[in-house]
Design a protein around this ligand. Structure first.
Ligand SMILES: Nc1nc2c(c(=O)[nH]1)N(C=O)[C@@H](CNc1ccc(C(=O)N[C@@H](CCC(=O)O)C(=O)O)cc1)CN2
Ligand SMILES: Nc1ncnc2c1ncn2[C@@H]1O[C@H](COP(=O)(O)OP(=O)(O)OP(=O)(O)O)[C@@H](O)[C@H]1O
Length: 205
């Protein structure tokens, strides 16, 4: 009987957490989509300043970013900056069979093709696993100051990093979000992978 009760109560709270996440995701996605083009331009510039002044910026060589979608901070100017600072830029590509990500090199003018979410991915180049990277910049829907992260809800990044204890090395996981996507607390589920830091247009957490 105590076991039944335990299972019942934990599955009940899991449902609550999933509902809370869905609600928060909806609100925060709407907030970022409402940012004006001027706010987006300033955010994009602010983010470059925050990341390129990080002490380890000089040492990183392989950096994964994302192709902005749905009001996310546009990192195209950052991709060009990284490229001109002689860093290798990568973008996520969906694994053909499993819901996880590989990364392909990107350079200015690289040939792109939309994935099933309508997000462009590089067509050419070797697909590399995440442990090859120095920094992975993860697009966030929401975050809190304790490293809690809310994504689009596909679980792609969570599954990509799930078995990191077996990797030869680990990239730094840096979340990227507009300052207005910060919340008091992101409800966490057991598989949620914490972030090393979060970079916004205004600061680093
Ligand atoms: N820019 C960007 N690229 C990314 C991600 C991301 O969050 N942002 N991902 C992070 O995981 C991965 C793709 N995951 C995604 C998960 C859901 C949706 C999405 O828009 N879902 C729509 C329905 C779209 C459809 O099915 O056609 C929705 O929920 O409204 C997009 C990407 C890899 N690339
Ligand atoms: N390591 C894992 N193994 C199996 N399933 C997982 C794992 N991580 C996440 N999932 C599944 O993915 C779904 C979405 O997870 P979650 O709501 O945490 O997405 P998210 O972190 O917001 O999205 P993303 O990781 O794409 O940014 C969950 O319902 C869960 O079932």
């Amino acid at each position: 009987m105590p076991n039944d009760f335990h299972e019942l109560s934990s599955s009940h709270s899991d449902v609550i957490t999933a509902q809370e996440k869905r609600r928060l995701r909806k609100t925060l996605r709407a907030t970022r989509r409402e940012l004006t083009p001027r706010q987006q331009r300033l955010a994009s510039r602010g983010l470059i300043r925050q990341l390129t002044t990080q002490p380890d910026y000089i040492r990183v060589e392989h950096v994964a970013l994302y192709w902005a979608n749905d009001g996310e901070i546009d990192v195209t100017p950052l991709m060009h900056r990284l490229h001109s600072d002689s860093k290798q830029v990568y973008l996520p590509v969906l694994h053909p069979l499993q819901p996880r990500l590989w990364f392909r090199p990107w350079y200015p003018g690289a040939k792109m093709k939309n994935n099933r979410f309508g997000i462009p991915e590089p067509v050419r180049g070797t697909k590399i696993p995440p442990w090859f990277l120095d920094w992975v910049l993860l697009p966030l829907v929401g975050f809190d100051e304790a490293g809690g992260r809310l994504g689009m809800g596909g679980g792609f990044y969570d599954r990509t990093f799930a078995h990191r204890d077996r990797w030869p090395r680990e990239p730094a996981r840096i979340g990227v979000a507009h300052e207005c996507q910060k919340v008091e607390r992101v409800p966490l589920e057991p598989w949620d992978i914490p972030l090393a830091k979060v970079a916004t247009d205004r600061g680093i957490y």
